[in-house]
Design a protein around this ligand. Structure first.
Ligand SMILES: NC(=O)c1ccc[n+]([C@@H]2O[C@H](COP(=O)([O-])OP(=O)(O)OC[C@H]3O[C@@H](n4cnc5c(N)ncnc54)[C@H](OP(=O)(O)O)[C@@H]3O)[C@@H](O)[C@H]2O)c1
Length: 284
């Protein structure tokens, strides 16, 4: 277990990854280093995880590591890459979590010839049930892919995708927890309307979503088959399903993911344009 990891930007996502990396035994605390913008945050991270964390210090942290996790906000990424660029080595892995920032832009800002991964995790990484999609550039070999997969498997499920599908991933699993929270919220409201207490409605709704998802995973059956197994002719479930179909539940979710994918694509284009404009302005 000799992997050295630097997490540049130990905020929500960065610290969730740090927690998973330590818990999952991907590496040990003394081989993990983190940075933040403020000394307060760095101190918090040191206290919470027992690792070294500094305010700034990105260059030193990057020089120390085999894997450099870029967990700052997309708009801060150019600044951080500018700081570490000179010291980067061909044997290091750059792993960006920045939403909407394509690998080609990272290569432009960090220099060519590096193994660059772009990942889109989602917020349940905090409870080690994240869904992460990973794209890689041509420099990434099988061993490097295994290392990056191990990092995300420590906080949930990880899959590899072609980079052009990252906007669809953002729309499905990146934003997806928000859709499911709405479903849970509405189920709780339904229970309340029908006289169940808030506490009981909440417990039943959250567990129903968790259990249904687990059954999809563990049986490997198509959700439509599992749904049919709950239906009895003339019964309660089919009367509710008829209502859901009438209001277009499935069609609504498909449209939501289509719209969010297009929004993610246009946000990515706008972000690239503004970063490139700022970089060319700075270079003049
Ligand atoms: N949250 C999500 O659900 C999610 C999902 C997918 C992808 N992502 C991506 O993950 C990245 C981080 O998101 P987040 O939600 O974790 O944001 P966040 O909580 O704001 O974390 C960003 C961290 O970066 C630190 N930082 C700012 N400037 C820095 C600098 N110059 N050097 C070192 N550290 C610096 C901040 O430090 P201070 O705390 O001291 O200000 C903060 O801790 C983003 O690129 C986002 O697109 C997030």
């Amino acid at each position: 277990m000799s992997l050295k990891i630097a997490v540049l930007g130990a905020g929500n996502m960065g610290s969730a990854l740090i927690g998973g990396i330590l818990k999952g035994g991907v590496t040990e605390a003394r081989r993990l280093i983190a940075t933040a913008r403020t000394a307060e945050r760095a101190h918090e991270v040191e206290e919470k995880f027992g690792i070294r964390a500094t305010a700034g210090g990105n260059r030193e942290a990057a020089a120390f590591a085999d894997v450099i996790v870029l967990a700052v906000k997309p708009t801060t990424l150019p600044k951080v890459l500018g700081e570490i660029r000179e010291g980067l080595r061909a044997d290091q892995i750059l792993l960006s979590l920045a939403a909407s920032v394509p690998i080609s832009l990272i290569e432009k800002l960090a220099g060519e010839g590096l193994a660059v991964f772009r990942a889109m995790p989602n917020i349940p990484v905090v409870v080690e049930e994240g869904a992460t999609a990973i794209a890689a550039n041509r420099r990434c070999g099988a061993e490097q892919k295994r290392i990056v997969e191990d990092i995300f498997r420590a906080v949930g499920v990880a899959v590899f995708v072609e980079e052009h599908l990252m906007d669809a991933v953002t729309a499905l699993s990146g934003s997806g927890p928000a859709y499911i929270y709405m479903v849970i919220e509405a189920m709780i409201a339904g229970g309340l309307k029908m006289g169940l207490s808030r506490e009981i409605s909440t417990r039943l709704a959250e567990q129903t979503v968790l259990g249904a998802a687990k059954l999809v995973r563990e049986t490997g059956l198509h959700p439509a088959i599992l749904r049919d197994q709950v239906i009895t002719p003339g019964g309660v479930t089919i009367s509710a399903i008829h209502e859901l179909e009438r209001h277009g539940l499935r069609s609504m979710l498909i449209s939501a993911i289509e719209t969010a994918t297009k929004h993610s694509e246009s946000r990515s284009r706008a972000l690239v344009e503004s970063i490139e404009a700022a970089e060319s302005g700075a270079g003049q």
